[in-house]
Structure formats: structure tokens, C-alpha cells
Design a protein around this ligand. Structure first.
Ligand code: TXA
Ligand code: MG
Length: 326
């Protein structure tokens, strides 16, 4: 029997956060598993419940830019531009941190990842508590991110007291993470704000490569680890419908409906279409729920058709690649 309550009681959630307990809550990207970021014991619970390795730092959520001074030492002009354009919203900025932020939150790094979420429920929770709330996605480490309260309950329902139900997440993929430490911003994780939107705001930006982390011998942004966001069912990515396997019990994930002729000999069992009109924002909003459905379909293999490498298609492809990595 599940112990947790699924409700819209923001005040109850705020009380739990203030008491040093965990609460899962809706954001516009994915559901987060939150705790008072300034309370190391509360933060330790996040790592325990998620079974998350301690080298993987957390994102700290705040209600307004007025809280930046307490947590960070510097806000570059690039950070300023990005924040004024995309906050509140699916953007996370990695900034130089102040001592008050516990090492546990940042995995000992000198920087802290900060985001002002747009979801009204998340904002209200942050406003009532007046606390910075550390929150990773509310799933077990390495698994699919939750975009509905029931997804959180399925994985974490026995271990937390409350899930703040804010409906299905409208963005559906995690925030875009940008490091703003030196003069040169670096895009650490593609996310809910597309690369094109970022470039339109600040011009060219360096994209972090996996080698950046390998070289430094420390996963600077371990969301970049090759294997992540994974269903239990084996997942393979193909570039064209002709590459779909001809046999086996398959589930097919594609952006828009395929013509019968495109399937040729492929005998798939189930299909998930991310957007009938090929809209990439809609595709992102549907992405994790579609993967969950395929994962629950009892098939041997999920085959995903790569999306166009533009807009949020790039973000979805990034998640697919990590889901397919072994
Ligand atoms: O949309 C989101 O970002 C969601 C919602 C809940 O806000 N949260 C989320 O958290 O996706 P999580 O823990 O799944 O991913 C956090 C990412 C990881 O890739 C982590 O390595 C990176 O942020 N990160 C956190 N602090 C960092 C830091 N100081 N330097 C570099 N990367 C950092
Ligand atoms: Mg995550």
C-alpha cells in the first residue's frame, strides 16, 4: 500500500519542506523531488530516496532573482541576459556559489545550478517557504523522468509523504543547463529551451562535449553521463523507417504517423506518436509518457525514429541517445 498523498495542498507541502522533509512537486519541465537546499540532512534524503550517486549535483530552485545574492557571488552579463529572457522557465544557470550552499547540493563543486521554474504551483511553494529548494527529477537515478504525479507515485510513492499534483508537465523535458562561470558560457545539457532560442539571445555558445568531463576526470554535469533516462526495455534508435527491424515484438516511437508503406515488413506491436502534426514542442511534452507506455507494453524492444536535429528535437534525441546507451 502506497504511503504518499497525491494532492494540491501547497501549504502542506511548504510545511513539510520547512520541517526538512521531502516533497515531490510539479514543475513545467518534469516533476521534482524537493528539499530545503540549505538543510544538508534534508538534501541527503534526496540522494537516499533517488539512489543517486553523490557526485551528481542538484539544481536549486528559487522564487525570484532577489534570492540570488544569498546563494551566488557573481551574475555575469550573459547570465543576466539569459535570466531576463527565460526566467521563470526551463533554464538552469550554473553560477559561482556562496559558502551557505551545502557541499552536498553541489557535489563539492564551487558552483551551484539555479532555476526559477514557471509552473504556478512550484512558484507558490517557493514563495510560501521562502527557501531555496533543491530538486532533481523525481525518479530513481538513471530512470525515466516523471511528467505526471502518478509517474512519481509509481517509483517513489512508498518513500515520500506528498506529491503536489500540478497536472501533466507542459514542457515535458528537463531544463536547459548553461554554465555561466567565466567569460564563455557553455551549454551543459540541452533541454526545454532550444539551442536556437539560446543563440538568438546571447549569440554562439560552446556545447559541452562528453570528453570535457572525461578529461577533467569528474562528471562536471553528470546528467551528461552516457546512460540515463532509461526504460527497462531495450531501446534502439534508427534514422529511417527502412531501418526498422522486420521481426520481433516491437514498439515504435516516432514523431508523426508513418505511412503503411514506410513500415514495409516491420511487424510492430505498439506505436507511440509524439505529435500528429510533427510539432516538436508537443513531442517534448509527450515524450516521457510515450516511453513509459512502450516500456509497460511487454514488448522485447523499443525502436525510436530519430527526430529532426532542430529545436526541441535536439533535446529529445539527446534523451533517446542516453536511454539507448548501455
Ligand atoms: O527541469 C529540470 O531541470 C528538473 C526540474 C525538477 O527542475 N530537474 C532536473 O534535475 O532535471 P536533475 O538532477 O535530474 O539534473 C540536474 C542536472 C544534472 O545534469 C547535473 O549534473 C547538473 O544539473 N548540475 C547541477 N549542478 C551543477 C553544477 N554545479 N555544475 C554543473 N552541472 C550541474
Ligand atoms: Mg534527472
Amino acid at each position: 500500500m502506497m504511503k504518499c498523498e497525491i494532492s494540491q495542498n501547497i501549504q502542506a507541502a511548504a510545511n513539510l519542506i520547512q520541517l526538512g522533509e521531502l516533497v515531490a512537486f510539479a514543475t513545467e519541465t518534469v516533476y521534482g523531488l524537493g528539499a530545503n537546499a540549505l538543510n544538508p540532512e534534508a538534501v541527503a534524503q534526496i540522494f537516499a530516496v533517488k539512489q543517486r550517486p553523490h557526485f551528481d549535483p542538484l539544481i536549486v530552485h528559487i522564487a525570484s532573482t532577489g534570492q540570488l545574492d544569498e546563494l551566488t557571488t557573481e551574475f555575469s552579463s550573459t547570465a543576466e541576459k539569459l535570466a531576463s529572457k527565460f526566467w521563470p522557465g526551463p533554464l538552469t544557470l550554473v553560477l559561482p556559489k556562496k559558502k551557505v550552499v551545502p557541499d552536498l547540493v553541489t557535489s563539492g563543486l564551487d558552483s551551484v545550478a539555479i532555476r526559477i521554474p514557471a509552473h504556478p504551483m512550484a512558484r507558490k511553494l517557493l514563495e510560501i517557504t521562502q527557501l531555496p529548494i533543491a530538486a532533481p527529477s523525481a525518479n530513481k537515478f538513471g530512470r525515466l523522468s516523471p511528467t505526471r504525479a502518478v509517474d512519481v507515485a509509481e517509483q517513489l510513492g512508498d518513500e515520500i509523504k506528498l506529491i503536489l499534483d500540478g497536472g501533466p508537465c507542459t514542457v515535458g523535458v528537463e531544463s536547459t543547463v548553461i554554465q555561466c562561470l567565466g567569460d564563455q558560457p557553455v551549454l551543459l545539457r540541452p533541454g526545454g529551451i532550444s539551442l536556437e532560442e539560446i543563440q538568438a539571445c546571447i549569440g554562439e555558445i560552446r556545447l559541452a562535449e562528453l570528453e570535457d568531463y572525461a578529461e577533467a576526470n569528474s562528471p562536471v554535469s553528470p546528467g551528461m553521463l552516457p546512460k540515463h533516462y532509461a526504460p527497462s526495455t531495450r531501446l534502439m534508435i534508427v534514422d529511417h523507417p527502412e531501418q526498422l527491424p522486420a521481426a520481433g515484438s516491437l514498439g515504435v516511437l516516432s514523431l508523426y504517423p508513418l505511412e503503411d508503406t514506410e513500415f514495409r515488413d516491420c511487424q510492430f506491436t505498439v506505436q507511440q506518436i509524439l505529435s500528429p502534426t510533427g510539432d516538436l514542442k508537443m513531442a517534448a511534452a509527450n515524450f516521457f509518457a510515450a516511453l513509459r507506455k512502450l516500456d509497460a507494453a511487454g514488448i522485447d524492444q523499443i525502436v525510436a525514429l530519430r527526430l529532426p536535429e532542430t529545436g526541441l528535437g535536439r533535446t529529445i534525441n539527446n534523451r533517446l541517445e542516453r536511454a539507448a546507451a548501455s
